[in-house]
Design a binder for this molecule. Structure first.
Ligand code: SF4
Length: 442
């Protein structure tokens, strides 16, 4: 395929850790198999013998129903404990080990890589539900500069699966200006000299302004207007004013903490045993200790929002005194990964995409800034009145990786769950610019 191949520098040397990974990805997910690789694997397995063929037939089931097709041809039935039945005792895929990479399903061969075709450019990005990808993205070199890559670095360079495609020109103004609009978002997300919160606010303001005429199915009456808005978005004096507004803003009501608590409680009720739910339960219990009258059942009973908000802000201030630079950097890198990996044009308009993104980020920030381990590290440093050592920064990074990849698995990459959150927000009429700031200044 002719054209260009773009990715972030940290993606160039990504390699799955296999059996050395702290948490396999072959668990708890819907593992789909495309028709071509199903047939290839079936041939390889049959050539090995009747026992292997019977095992394959026992664990792999053909799909039927409306969603079945060449890309969704079959699926692997997980074991009762949620693990893939082909995972061996060394936490390595036995199909991969016995037959190589060629017959693996697209999802197994490519995860956590995401490939998208935008015009003549193939974009490679990485899903943050993989702990090694989180380490590359948050701590590796080159998180904000796109570089060319050779498709030879891909597992199957001549046969890579595309998650999405956009032919350009698309004869649709929403799609045709996608790359230019996303470029501005990525520039705003990485602007130096402004806080993470201010940069989020610049993006939300920009999205709100252009959303009046730039959205799904729009026909731009005057394309120059969009060009002018793109230029205006980076205007230095305009950004200073917005920055000043963010610094002075103080939420009248702790709306964001109410929403974040509800989102996490929903997850805790639905999946109490997963890591994010257990972490959220531990966090709410640690906050509940400050409320003598609070119900001990933090799964059901919401903590009162005003004091919860005050306690959260207090923990965040303690942590920020020691780790503000590091955590802002990690969050910025996470944000840029989202902007590049996800395409906002899959949503009806840019502001809807951004409002959901700032809500998702608020949930992640709540988990990080409420984390008792990070809080303890910050309190120890404050008591010593010293800067973090490499060891302490290493401990911080380990906690961040665990929180981020688990949060991505259970919430951030979970489209049905995010749909429930979106519907609830929409019903409460909170998908508007008036409700952006409480989640940004969080
Ligand atoms: S989670 Fe990432 S590093 Fe771990 S086994 Fe899966 S792809 Fe490999």
């Amino acid at each position: 395929m002719s054209g260009t191949y773009k990715t972030f520098k940290y993606m160039l040397d990504f390699a799955c850790l296999g059996g050395k990974c702290e948490d396999t990805c072959c668990k708890g997910w819907d593992i789909r198999i495309d028709k071509f690789h199903y047939q290839l694997m079936q041939e390889k397995v049959a050539a090995t013998g009747a026992e292997a063929a019977a095992e394959f037939a026992r664990h792999v089931q053909l799909n039927d129903g409306e969603s079945a097709g060449d890309q969704n041809y079959a699926h692997i039935n997980l074991r009762a404990d949620g693990f893939c039945p082909f995972l061996d005792q060394d936490s390595w895929c036995s199909l991969h080990k016995n037959y190589g990479e060629a017959p693996l399903s697209n999802i197994c061969a490519y995860y956590p890589r995401v490939l998208s075709q935008c015009g003549n450019t193939v974009e490679l990005s990485g899903a943050m539900s993989c702990p090694e990808m989180v380490r590359k993205c948050l701590f590796g070199a080159g998180h904000d500069e796109l570089v060319d890559f050779d498709p030879a670095i891909l597992p199957r360079p001549d046969d890579y699966p595309l998650t999405r495609e956009l032919s350009l020109p698309a004869d649709d103004d929403y799609y045709d200006h996608f790359v230019a609009v996303r470029n501005i978002l990525m520039q705003l997300a990485t602007l130096e000299g402004f806080s993470f919160e201010s940069r989020l606010y610049f993006m939300a303001t920009f999205a709100n302004r252009i959303g009046k005429f730039y959205h799904h199915d729009c026909q731009l009456p005057d394309p120059k207007r969009l060009t002018a808005e793109l230029k205006q978005a980076l205007n230095a004096s305009g950004l200073e004013k917005l920055d000043d507004f963010v610094i002075k803003y103080s939420p009248a009501e702790p709306i964001a903490v109410i929403v974040v608590q509800s989102v996490l409680q929903l997850r805790m009720q639905q999946f109490p045993h997963e890591y994010t739910s257990r972490l959220a339960t531990e966090i709410f219990q640690s906050y509940a200790e400050h409320f003598p009258d609070a119900s001990p059942d933090v799964l059901i009973q919401a903590l009162p929002p005003e004091p919860l908000w005050a306690l959260y802000r207090s923990r965040k201030e303690t942590i920020d005194r020691c780790f503000s630079l590091e955590l802002e950097e990690y969050l910025s890198r996470f944000l840029v990964n989202c902007l590049y990996r996800e395409w906002f044009i899959t949503m009806p308009d840019l502001f809807t995409y951004l409002q959901m993104l700032v809500i998702r980020l608020a949930v992640l920030r709540f988990l990080l800034y409420s984390h008792t381990g990070i809080n303890q590290l910050a309190e120890q440093l404050a008591a010593k009145n010293s800067k973090p050592t490499d060891k302490e920064l290493g401990e911080l990074r380990d906690i961040v990786v665990k929180v981020v990849y688990n949060y991505s698995r259970s919430i951030d990459h979970n489209l049905p769950f995010l749909r429930v959150v979106y519907d609830a927000m929409n019903e409460q009429q909170m998908m508007t610019f008036d409700y952006a700031m409480p989640f940004i200044r969080f």
